[in-house]
Design a protein around this ligand. Structure first.
Ligand code: DX5
Ligand code: ZN
Length: 224
């Protein structure tokens, strides 16, 4: 299983977003992770769908939109129309996660479901076979540059086993505090899509930072 790197533009220079998006695309990022915050689900307000739309022409990478918003059902069409490829909402933000996954699919996008560090896997267990991706937050959402929460490794590993047992195809994305060191641990635990903001945009050489986070391939041995 090869690792996909998703630079989070939250740590980019917002006054030169198009250049930043071009830079990470040329540096080998497969995904562009776009953090949408509404000032309610999390305190800050960041990027809306018009910004996503205007960035779309600067990159062919997969646009991985992470909605940290209340009432995500009211937002998905705007982001799908703006050019999102994957739309991830928080399980904590809706009572109708299963329906929302279907609606995202109807809009022609892949669906992801995110859970905060304090939320149990049981909240998304019934969704694993429907969603293309589960996002395990490894910091509390709202800010870039926070410290990786070590105890999330167990959760990632449990989800990895859950996905294997269900014999379904579901990517495991991690987000928060990912750098060349924590990358090794989360990949060993079973994550295959790694979001990184400050570790990529804070580096002198962005391509090298992406390589360092991707690391050497990890072979998973299955024990029954
Ligand atoms: C946090 C966001 C993350 C953030 C990660 O709320 O969802 O995507 O940008 O930033 P780093 O990699 O700096 O922890
Ligand atoms: Zn994110």
């Amino acid at each position: 299983m090869s690792t996909i790197i998703a630079p989070s533009i939250l740590s980019a220079d917002f006054s030169h977003l198009a250049d930043e998006v071009k830079k990470i695309t040329e540096a080998g990022a497969e995904y562009i992770h776009i953090d949408v915050m509404d000032g309610n689900f999390v305190p800050n307000i960041t990027i809306g769908s018009p910004v996503v739309k205007s960035l779309r022409k600067f990159s062919d990478a997969i646009f991985d939109v992470h909605l940290m918003v209340e009432h995500p059902e009211t937002q998905i069409k705007n982001f799908a129309d703006a050019g999102a490829d994957i739309i991830t909402f928080h399980a904590e933000a809706t009572n109708h996660a299963h329906r929302l996954i279907q609606e995202i699919h109807e809009l022609g996008c892949k669906a992801g479901v995110a859970i905060n560090p304090g939320t149990s896997l049981s909240m998304i267990e019934e969704l694993v076979e429907y969603a293309e991706m589960i996002l395990i937050m490894t910091v509390n959402p709202g800010w870039g540059g926070q410290k990786f929460i070590e105890s999330m490794l167990g959760k990632i590993h449990m989800l990895y086993h859950m996905v294997q047992e269900m014999e379904t195809d579901c990517d495991i994305e991690v987000d928060g505090g990912i750098n060349a060191e924590t990358s090794v641990d989360v990949r060993e635990a079973g994550a295959n899509i790694l979001v990184a903001g400050s570790a990529i945009f804070g580096a002198e050489d962005v391509a090298q930072a992406i390589k360092d986070i991707r690391g050497k391939e990890i072979i998973h041995h299955h024990h029954d």
